[in-house]
Ligand binder design. Structure first.
Ligand code: ATP
Length: 322
């Protein structure tokens, strides 16, 4: 349903060149839900804007449902819905009038537009708000209006750009249910960008990790987690240096780090090696205040494939191409 080969986008700002997207290949099947995960400035929105015909690629090719991005942009637009980062709904309009106008622009007749908007308002828990001004709605309600605007015409492919940014946890989980329903009810293909690992983990069949304009990892959440070697063991002790030395001696222990009183390391089957380590520390009069083992997360995947944590990357340079 979505196919791209060698997609690139280079921006020229004065004498600087920003290589925002550096050759991306994509194959998304019909009905698949794919997450495009990466830190700020990784190239997610630029890729999305190219795939939705909002931005012309510098090179490469792509098609959506068989319609070529460059030679048939109108065909692409008929097949897609796009929910951008910023709301496109007019804040000074009433909910129903804005949505009906939007449905009419999508080619629905006046009566079909009214019927469709009524159904969507029910479905997206917006019934009763028909005559409220959009500007006076809550963040979660506005986000649901954005989604309704993106899917009113029942497109087979919907692109979401960071759908839940700025929402509280309850609104996020509510929004996720609406995104899941799109596939359940209409077999919609969903392609979404996010920097929330839990969002990608919870919603997506497949995750593409993008960093510096390139796809650096790809797979299901489980496949990606399996690339990270071992569980993360975290200990708080009275003698961190001694604890780190003991951890380093364990067969297969990796990435041993000390941070204050906290010692962390990775090892396969962390639960089974801990008793021996704790006995040794006890024999050496080291007090252990707490112990935790955790299975790899998508954050660990990001760290493994890019060498940086996704959170640290929030402060990554704005111009990775330089
Ligand atoms: N119109 C533009 N002109 C110049 N540079 C741009 C433009 N749009 C994006 N960039 C640069 O391209 C790179 C990729 O930006 P992009 O918005 O695609 O990243 P992103 O992964 O979507 O980030 P975020 O999570 O912050 O939205 C960044 O370095 C950004 O500064």
């Amino acid at each position: 349903m979505i196919k791209a080969r060698g997609l690139t986008k280079t921006f020229q700002i004065n004498k600087f060149t920003v290589e925002a997207v550096r050759g991306i290949d994509l194959d998304v099947s019909s009905g698949e839900m794919v997450g495009f995960l990466g830190p700020n400035g990784a190239g997610k929105s630029t890729t999305l804007r190219m795939l939705t015909t909002l931005l012309r690629p510098t090179s490469g090719e792509a098609n959506i449902g068989g319609c070529d991005l460059l030679s048939d942009p109108a065909g692409v637009r008929r097949l897609i819905g796009y929910v951008g980062q910023n709301s496109s709904a007019g804040v000074e309009y009433k909910v129903r009038e804005e949505l009906v106008t939007h449905a009419r622009l999508q080619g629905l007749s006046a009566s079909a537009a009214r019927t469709r908007v009524g159904e969507m308002l029910e479905q997206y828990d917006l019934a009763g708000l028909e005559d409220r001004m959009i500007g006076a709605l809550s963040g979660g309600q506005k986000r649901r209006i954005d989604i309704v605007m993106g899917v009113l015409h029942r497109p087979p492919v919907v692109f979401f750009d960071e759908p839940s940014t700025g929402l509280d946890p309850q609104s996020r989980s509510n929004l996720w249910n609406h995104i899941r329903n799109l596939r359940r009810e209409h077999e919609t293909t969903v392609f979404l960008t996010t920097h929330y690992l839990d969002e990608a983990d919870s919603l997506c069949d497949r995750i593409l990790v993008i960093d510096g304009g390139r796809i650096v990892a790809e797979g299901t959440a489980d496949e990606l987690k399996a690339q990270v070697n071992g569980d993360l063991v975290t200990l708080e002790t009275s003698a961190p240096a001694q604890t780190a030395t003991a951890a380093e001696r364990l067969d297969g222990a990796k990435e041993v780090t000390v941070d204050g009183t906290t010692v962390r390391f990775r090892i396969a089957r962390g639960d089974s090696v801990l008793p021996g380590l704790l006995r040794e520390l006890d024999r050496n009069d080291v007090d252990v205040f707490s112990v935790r083992t955790s299975r790899p997360t998508l954050d660990d995947v990001f760290l493994t494939v890019t060498g940086r944590s996704l959170r640290d990357s929030e402060t990554a340079p704005a111009f990775p191409g330089l």
